[in-house]
Design a protein around this ligand. Structure first.
Ligand code: PEP
Ligand code: MN
Length: 367
């Protein structure tokens, strides 16, 4: 059960209610501050056997806005059929919610300062404020390039900041990386912001999730596990929130099965509306790691662009996509990186798909 307090309630008004909830026998009352894009709310999660509690009586306590009975699963990140629940969050001046859309185009793996510069300068020319940059790369083969690690962070942050990039999506594979990123941001004077990314290979690395969830400085881009059910991935995302960080974007990136061939993974963007219905998380699609190539269909549009449009038309709130100034020399995933000359076209195509989604949404409101 979740008790949502009125955003206008002062701490003095909240106190008797928080005390009453904490005193409920056999029930643990966990207080969470939920920072939405528009307002900050205090929510109290009542954990234990809440069946015998009267939601009506609790709703009468001072400062209570409403009481929501929740299912066992994804208590914090779930929607629980309450359409008023806050979705999304704000980070470094950028708003992430189920109502808007951001493109994170960039390098799968950081290689040289020149390529980072070329990438973010192109993004700046196209009015973009977000990018993806991989410094810590989990690789199938231990002898493959593992990313430059913390050594590249100072110049990546400086070059990004100089070009007006506010948020960099960056995978971390160990909890120490959180500290390395935070320290480097401090040292360089916080020229930009970082959204920590949990990669598909770590979707159920629960200790890493707990560590990332314990901090709330950085929001999280959480990738669906490539070989587990959607329900298992949503439960895993809830680990972040259960530890205190509910600023989470959920990313679809395709499922591992040969049935998806010749795509690298079976594209699962039909689940965009499902995740938006089941949870309050903004939903991201990653066409690069789903499709895995630059192949084009007869009209000349790449499969990556087609599936991006499919996700955006279905209401996706973020697109994570690989670009590279010289894909042939890229150290990771060159074959799937779109070319810099395609950036403007790609962004136009995303805008067309978004317009289509908005028209569909407005039509649905009249149905
Ligand atoms: C990536 O986005 O660079 C990546 C490794 O993705 P995934 O974890 O989905 O494979
Ligand atoms: Mn990659």
């Amino acid at each position: 059960m979740i008790v949502i307090l009125r955003s206008s309630a002062t701490p003095e008004e909240q106190r008797p209610t928080l005390d009453a909830l904490a005193a409920l026998p056999g029930i643990e009352a966990r207080v969470h501050t939920v920072r939405g894009a528009l307002k900050t709310l205090t929510e109290v999660y009542l954990i234990g056997n809440t069946k015998a509690l009267s939601a009506e009586d609790i709703a009468l306590l001072p400062g209570v806005d409403r009481v929501v009975r929740v299912s066992e699963e994804y208590r914090i990140l779930g929607r629980h059929s309450d359409q008023q629940r806050v979705t999304g969050f704000e980070y470094n001046g950028v708003e992430f919610s189920q109502d808007n859309l951001h493109v994170f185009a960039g390098l799968c793996a950081v290689d040289t300062p020149e390529h980072v510069r070329e990438m973010v300068e192109a993004l700046a020319r196209h009015g973009q404020t977000c990018t993806r940059m991989g410094a810590y790369k989990p690789r199938t083969n231990p002898y493959s390039f593992q990313g430059h690690g913390k050594g590249c962070l100072p110049w990546v942050f400086e070059i990004a900041g100089k070009n007006g990039i506010k948020v960099i999506a960056m995978e971390i594979t160990h909890e120490n990386h959180i500290e390395e990123i935070a320290e480097c941001l401090e040292k360089t004077g916080n020229p930009t912001g970082v959204m920590l990314r949990i990669g598909t290979r770590n979707t159920q690395n629960f200790e890493l999730l707990k560590a990332v969830g314990r901090q709330s400085r950085f929001p999280v881009l959480f990738k669906r596990g490539f070989g587990i059910t959607l329900n298992e991935s949503l439960n895993a995302a809830e680990y972040l929130a259960s530890e205190g960080n509910s600023s989470v974007v959920f990313c679809l990136r395709g499922m591992k099965t040969n049935m998806g061939d010749p795509h690298r993974n079976m594209v699962d963007f039909a689940h965009v509306p499902v995740v938006r219905r089941l949870t309050r998380m903004p939903v991201c699609v990653d066409p690069s790691h789903s499709v895995g190539s630059r192949e084009r269909s007869p009209e000349g549009i790449s499969d990556a662009m087609h599936v991006t449009a499919q996700g955006v038309v279905a209401g996706a709130n973020m697109v994570l996509i690989d670009f590279h100034p010289a894909p042939r020399t890229a150290l990771v995933d060159g074959p799937q990186a779109l070319l810099m000359s395609e950036l403007g076209w790609f962004l136009d195509d995303v805008a067309l798909a978004r317009e289509c989604y908005e028209k569909r949404r407005d039509r649905a409101a009249k149905a």
